[in-house]
Design a protein around this ligand. Structure first.
Ligand SMILES: Cc1cc2nc3c(=O)[nH]c(=O)nc-3n(C[C@H](O)[C@H](O)[C@H](O)COP(=O)(O)OP(=O)(O)OC[C@H]3O[C@@H](n4cnc5c(N)ncnc54)[C@H](O)[C@@H]3O)c2cc1C
Length: 415
């Protein structure tokens, strides 16, 4: 198989599908490739939250004494594989360097510039794809089991106050009025208003991909093996032949460096693994919006396939065997808060959040190769940011005025 087109987008998660749609909308002939069907990896298994307002990146303590509390490795919000640490130590040092308030504000601000457009861009694609049925515009709720946890999240509330993003602090009685199935085992909750959620993130990405195909786009189910520069652009060697294109977009999420490392790129990139499991709710119990139990670092949301419980972060090699100990640890706390029965699958799903240590994605040209475009590293917010990232990269490729200044998302920031 050898054929020629304008652009090949590699990776059909929410990021790649959105880029393909936006390029197609601008008149480009686009081939989208993935070794699986669209939306079946990270973009399937997340919590379904589309953030729309304030964002403070996940950080680590800057005080070395506070780091000691992680050493027993028995927490719920974070778990790590000791054997992965030698490879991760430099990334974690960079995360720590990005954990002071000034850096959190700077990096969070870069992401918030995209968040301003996130819900609107999803809604525009949903309207065309007939996927509005997946959308809930009901905000999300953070649960604080005690006052100390509530105080710890003060920076986010301060930024929200400064930027005019809405949240309401609720006591257990007030939360009961909007979420009657949450048990009152907590002190305080916050309802964040500028946030939406999806009842089936994977289904939504599949609907976007179906729109791409309906509008004449080509989807090929094949693995990409290698990128080679040609006189006119790029050759993508795949499991089933090679594809020639003038431009290539790498939207491979957790697998992006597999194609970029052989070209000499050394970006500070790591994955934060996470798990989910669906549960049968007791009786008619359910949630009208996602919740995050801040003290235990897990989230839960009613999805088309059951009540999905998602874990915090696991630092491990991307391809190491799953170790879903966090699910075991959080389950008693989930049951304290929510009326759930049996798990609906025999084993948990595992995903990998593609992450840079500053929590800002890379969206833009590859620094050393013309016509090679990067769109990955969306970490905890890839579902949210897929459509706006797709629009931004399409605007950059086609030379349109970009909707958001792309400088902050350049890979060149890593030198
Ligand atoms: C537990 C958990 C909860 C989360 N919750 C949220 C949330 O509530 N809100 C939010 O915004 N984000 C959330 N995220 C993050 C979000 O899911 C990711 O950032 C996002 O899905 C990344 O999308 P992507 O398209 O970059 O990657 P992916 O969806 O992983 O897509 C990459 C694609 O590349 C393909 N691929 C890989 N290698 C090859 C190859 N060699 N050739 C061809 N194809 C290949 C894969 O098959 C895959 O389809 C969560 C993540 C996790 C793990």
């Amino acid at each position: 198989m050898t054929s020629e087109r304008d652009i090949v987008v590699i990776g059909a998660g929410v990021v790649g599908v959105s880029a393909a749609l936006h390029l197609q909308r601008r008149g480009r002939s686009v081939t989208l490739i993935d070794r699986r069907d669209p939306g079946e990896e990270t973009s399937y298994g997340n919590t379904g939250v589309i953030e729309g307002g304030t964002y403070v990146p996940i950080s680590m303590p800057t005080n070395p004494f506070e780091l000691i509390k992680f050493l027993p490795n028995t927490g719920t919000a974070m778990h790590f594989h000791w054997r992965a640490m030698p490879k991760l130590v430099s990334w974690l040092m960079q995360l720590r360097a990005n954990s002071g308030e000034a850096a959190l504000r700077r990096n969070g601000g870069a992401v918030m510039a995209l968040l301003e457009h996130a819900i609107a861009e999803h809604k525009a694609l949903m309207a065309e794809a007939g996927a509005e049925g997946y959308l809930r515009e009901t905000g999300w709720v953070r649960i604080y089991r005690n006052e100390a946890q509530f105080a710890e999240a003060g920076l986010e509330r301060r930024i929200a106050d400064e930027t005019g993003h809405k949240y309401t602090v609720l006591d257990p009685g007030q939360l009961r009025e909007i979420e009657p199935h949450i048990k009152p085992v907590f002190k305080k909750a916050e309802l964040w208003h500028d946030i939406a959620s999806l009842t089936d993130p994977g289904g939504t990405v599949k609907a976007y991909a179906a729109l791409f195909s309906k509008n004449g786009g080509t989807f090929e189910r094949t693995g990409a093996r290698r990128l080679t520069q040609t006189e006119t652009g790029w050759s993508v060697e795949t499991d089933s032949g090679s594809l020639q294109a003038r431009d290539v977009v790498v939207a491979l999420g957790p697998w992006a460096m597999d194609l970029l490392s052989p070209l000499g790129y050394r970006l500070p990139f790591a994955v934060k693994r996470g798990y989910h499991m669906h549960f049968r709710p007791s009786g008619n119990a359910g949630l009208s919006r996602p919740i995050v139990d801040m003290g235990y670092g897990y989230a839960a949301s009613s999805m088309a396939m059951g009540l999905r419980v998602t874990t915090g972060i696991e630092f491990a090699d991307r391809d190491a065997a799953p170790t879903p100990v966090q699910l075991d640890r959080i389950l008693p706390h989930v049951r304290e808060l929510l009326p759930i029965e049996d798990a609906l699958e025999p084993t948990p799903w595992m995903g990998r959040r593609p992450s840079f240590p500053d929590s800002v994605p890379v969206i833009g040209p590859a620094p050393r190769h013309p016509r090679l475009w990067l769109d990955f590293g969306h970490a905890h917010l890839g579902l949210t940011l897929g459509p706006i990232s797709g629009r931004l990269i399409a605007e950059m490729i086609t030379g349109e005025a970009p909707v958001v200044d792309p400088a902050a998302y350049s890979a060149a920031r890593f030198g």
